[in-house]
Design a protein around this ligand. Structure first.
Ligand code: ATP
Ligand code: MG
Length: 244
């Protein structure tokens, strides 16, 4: 290794040990005590890894837009008595494998809250997937036709939280409903589901065709569920340029 500087040799070791940020940070840490110096470098590496892990989890989850809990106003949402905004933010419902049903009119913040909770879950190291329900059904049908449904269901089984946005916005045929039922069953009492919907339970049969299956789906979803009612005015309308 003649001609190699100490800094270069450290960089080579870091590369082999996959300490990606450590080489960059060597010159940034101003610390005379050797132990403190090493500790600071390692802490910076750990923080970097955490950021990468969270970014990857958020990307993999498939959110359509990024939304935060800090930006969400709870004043027009009716929470069940057992639930406060703080309890939601603590993600206890995921630890307890409970479901959230976010029900209300268009533009009232259902997708925003579902996304923000999903992102908090990613930050907490939970595995999350976000789907628009119509897209999920199309994926399920395609995978089923290609004989790849089992592999997909196994992936669902590894999740902590599955978010089905726009539940019931688009009618689902019998095959689609059956496949969706399999997904709901895979989640039942094992992982949390968040559904956003503007369809009251009594109308679900009109969307899922089959009355028996609809009842079975509702039964599984409602058990261990919190119903959050969004009864405000549409934010899209409130803030639309056309209104000014
Ligand atoms: N309570 C709220 N606090 C902050 N922003 C909000 C709130 N409600 C809605 N918004 C904002 O208004 C817009 C529409 O909200 P969102 O898409 O979540 O509505 P939605 O209930 O999912 O509607 P839809 O049923 O049509 O899907 C978004 O940009 C969202 O960030
Ligand atoms: Mg929405």
């Amino acid at each position: 290794m003649s001609g190699t500087t100490t800094r270069e040799r450290i960089a080579q070791c870091c590369k082999r040990l996959r300490l990606r940020k450590l080489t960059d940070n060597l010159a940034l840490v101003d610390e005379s005590d050797p132990e403190q110096y090493v500790l600071r470098l390692l802490e910076m590496e750990v923080a970097h890894r955490d950021r990468v892990r969270v970014d990857r989890a958020i990307k993999t989850a498939g959110f359509y837009a990024l939304k935060s809990l800090e930006d969400f106003r709870f004043d027009e949402v009716t929470l069940p008595a057992a639930l406060t905004p703080e309890a939601l933010a603590s993600l206890q419902f995921i630890a307890d494998r409970e479901n959230l049903i976010l029900y209300g009119n268009v533009g009232t913040g259902k997708t925003h809250l579902a996304t923000a909770l999903g992102i908090e879950a990613c930050k907490a190291g939970r595995r999350v997937a976000f789907y628009r329900t119509a897209a999920l059904v199309n994926t399920l049908i395609r995978l089923n036709e290609g004989g790849e449904l089992d592999a997909f269901l196994k992936r669902i089984e590894k999740l902590d939280l599955l978010i089905c946005d726009e539940w019931g916005y688009v009618p689902v045929d019998r095959d689609g409903a059956q496949l969706l039922f399999q997904v709901v069953s895979a989640c039942y009492e094992k992982r949390s589901l968040i559904l956003t919907t503007n369809l009251e339970f009594s109308k679900w049969a009109t969307i899922f065709v089959d009355e028996t299956m609809t009842t079975a789906i509702i039964d599984r979803l409602v058990h261990h569920s919190h119903l959050l009612i969004f009864d405000g005015e549409s934010h899209r309308v409130k803030h639309s340029l056309m209104r000014h």
